[in-house]
Design a protein around this ligand. Sequence first.
Ligand SMILES: CC(=O)Nc1cnc2ccccc2c1
Length: 445
Amino acid sequence: RVLSSSSSPTLTQEEADGPVGKGSSLIDVNPPRGTRDFPPDDMRLRSWLFQNFREVSRILSFEEVDFPVLESEALFIRKAGEEITQQLYNFEDKGGRRVVLRPEITPSLARLVIKQGKSASLPLKWFTIGQCWRYERMTRGRRREHYQWNMDIFGVSKVRAEAELIQAVVLLFERLGIKSSDVGIRVSSRKVLQAVLQMYAIPENLFTQVCVIVDKLGKITREEMEKELVSLGVSTKAVNGIIEVLSLKSLSKLEEVLGSEGEAVSELKKLFSLAESYGYADWICFDASVVRGLAYYTGIVFEAFDRQGKLRAICGGGRYDRLLSTFGTDDIPACGFGFGDAVIVELLKEKALLPDLSHKVDDIVFPLDEVLDGTASSIASSLRKKGRSVDLVEDKRLKWVFKHAERIGASRLILVGNSEWERGAVRVKNLSTREEFEVKIDELD
Ligand SMILES: CC(=O)Nc1cnc2ccccc2c1
């Protein structure tokens, strides 16, 4: 509730200013536009989701890395017209440096790989979970931050790497109770588009910009797309050819158009055959319209989608073999994906798969008489030293303590009373079985 300091006709100035002494006007207690707080309930859900991200990363034998949320702006300056670079949360710091709140994680990963140079023995399999930012005019009221789980492999040029990443995504979905009937993973390759551009003799240097435009397929009209491509110098004939090939959803049809010799077809066929061996073939489908909107992808690209088509992409990724050379060093083959914390939660809600994550505590320790507050403290600390979570309560009526035990999901209530303590014991109430018994203090575990 934010008290307006502006005076209003019906209120006196004093009333309008609100209570004096309690802070004459309350600051805005909401977080900055487009950002979220995580109160306990929301934080428990986020921690549960992130714990699953971490478990899958461990199972795939990836190592955790981390980076500053603040990065040099130079890392994200790209000329391909991507939305992500048009919404940089950028500013000049007090040292006159151009910096950003990072909009994505991949460039930081590449920076660290370069920094580590020869000391990073390839292949590298790294993961991180981090907050990413965008500065969007709040016209659309969309969020300006989200958390992303990123998994990336450096130093593997064969599609084995993409197959590993897709298994990670599938394992995550399965852990959350999502089935291949709920979610699919569209797979394609930018080499498909590259081959089509060659067929129409479109100069190589337009490739990245064409990809960024074509990624908008389904978000902008065909006329708008045609206009943007023609303004790049792509002929109408070529535009039609591009759209025709990108609407293919069968790998054999693609093979009819492109032939079997090119890398586009051979890599995709290899990936689909590996998918059978991994046992996740029913999760993936070829869909030539998948190009993803990031400029640096060069090969296989993929994105997970809800088969009901209600939500935006759940996660996405692909191969980016030429990113390091844009930072001025030798290329290292790489591929990875980003998995945001927002759409997946919407999907879990849709599928009624959100877990019950209430606060849980092992014991409440409560002295029935304030002279026992020291005793209660020593009982609480010996239980805590054994690793039990203990809520030490005092100055409350017993009635309140029982309600509180309910609220925080305590398993046991340990009442420290004078008569029991004289016998070196306490009263223990098991809050799930309602049983109550007296326990010698040195037998309390
Ligand atoms: C659904 C959602 O929160 N999307 C989102 C929110 N914040 C971002 C911030 C940076 C880049 C992408 C972002 C994407």
